[in-house]
Design a protein around this ligand. Structure first.
Ligand code: UFG
Length: 327
């Protein structure tokens, strides 16, 4: 297949680009390199630099090559930043999706795989979440993704668009030399690496949640497993499989932040002391979800679990010698 990967120079998009090339597909990456890096793009893929919100640039891309499917990763992803600057989030994530979806259809490309988020659920009423759980985002980031899902659904009705929106949970790990090469230090694993580098204790935000050890429960999925789901979806859609719905990419199992910190200490032998600070605003106690729909539709289930996720993330981090690394 000819696959267009919008945002394919970033973390999850970059890993997916590598996996798509390894699976024998021809990949074109479109990315404005604002947070993406050209070195994340596989050498056998073509990189086109441009903004997804710019209709002329996007149209030019579709004029040049006939794509079988679009995968859309390009997004802003920092929740607190979205609260400060909603405009940037709706412009990049929602208007960017609208522009690319509409342009793809204008050029007859009818298959679209979109990166959505657990943030579409907001504060869960019960766990594990399923795709039928209520969606009630609690920040502009979550809204920007939910609106994009609704745009996909609307174009399905009006223009026969075939689509899938993958709702990611806590993605970590690395693959093919591509890792979180961006200052995501608010996220737990990059934050643990930052503590290690600075020889500081691990700071866990809150130990008084209603969970087994008082720390928040999250659902960690390896970036390689996430990428695999995208390639599987593209291949199945090309064979005529109808998806046309949001699909959780989750492990179904939650780990507490304390378990993550302990596993990090074991894997890295960093032996950092753990301190407990105040809760972080807006953190739900438990966020984990069933992947039954992904299994049923795509035969997908995650293969790589917490220890492997942390090991791969750590090994990638150690191998970095560029000045832009996360810490
Ligand atoms: N945490 C700490 N200490 C740190 C960093 C994080 O205790 O130094 C805790 C957080 O309080 C939270 C957990 O680790 O309980 C995970 O936090 P992350 O920031 O790594 O991830 P979130 O669960 O907040 O965010 C994830 C995705 C976002 C998505 C969000 C909402 O990374 O992209 O879920 O669905 F928007």
């Amino acid at each position: 297949m000819n696959i267009l990967i919008i945002g394919g120079a970033g973390y999850i998009g970059g890993v997916t680009a590598h996996m798509a090339v390894e699976a024998g597909h021809a990949v074109t990456v479109f990315d404005n390199l604002s947070t993406g890096r050209d070195y994340n793009v596989p050498k056998d893929a073509e990189l086109v630099v441009g903004d997804v919100q710019n209709r002329d640039t996007v149209a030019h891309l579709f004029k040049k090559r006939r794509f079988d499917v679009v995968m859309h990763f390009a997004a802003r992803i920092l929740v607190p930043e979205s609260v400060k600057n909603p405009y940037d989030y709706f412009y990049t994530n929602t208007f960017g999706a609208l522009t690319a979806i509409d342009t793809a259809l204008q050029f007859g490309v009818e298959r679209y795989i979109f990166s959505s988020s657990a943030a579409t659920y907001g504060e869960p009423h019960s766990t594990p979440l399923t795709e039928s759980s209520p969606t009630a985002p609690v920040n502009p980031y979550g809204w920007s993704k939910l609106l994009a899902e609704q745009i996909l659904q609307s174009y399905q009705q009006s223009h026969s668009l075939q689509w899938a929106a993958f709702r990611y949970f806590n993605v970590a790990g690395a693959y093919a030399g591509v890792g979180t090469d961006y200052p995501f230090v608010s996220h737990i694993i990059p934050s643990l690496l930052a503590s290690m580098k600075q020889k500081e204790p691990i700071m866990i935000a809150g130990d008084d949640y209603d969970t087994q050890d008082g720390t928040c429960i999250r659902d960690y999925v390896h970036v390689a497993d996430i990428a695999k789901a995208h390639v599987a979806a593209a291949e199945q859609m090309a064979r005529g499989k109808v998806l046309n719905q949001p699909i959780n990419l989750s492990s179904g199992t939650g780990y507490s932040v304390k378990q993550v910190a302990d596993t990090f200490n074991e894997v890295t032998h960093a032996d950092l002391p753990i301190k407990f600070g105040p809760r972080r605003a807006g953190d739900p106690a438990k966020l984990f979800a069933s992947h039954d729909r992904a299994t049923q539709l795509l035969g997908w289930r995650p293969n790589l679990h917490l220890r492997q996720i942390i090991t791969d993330h750590y090994n990638w981090y150690k191998a970095q010698d560029n000045p832009n690394r996360p810490v």
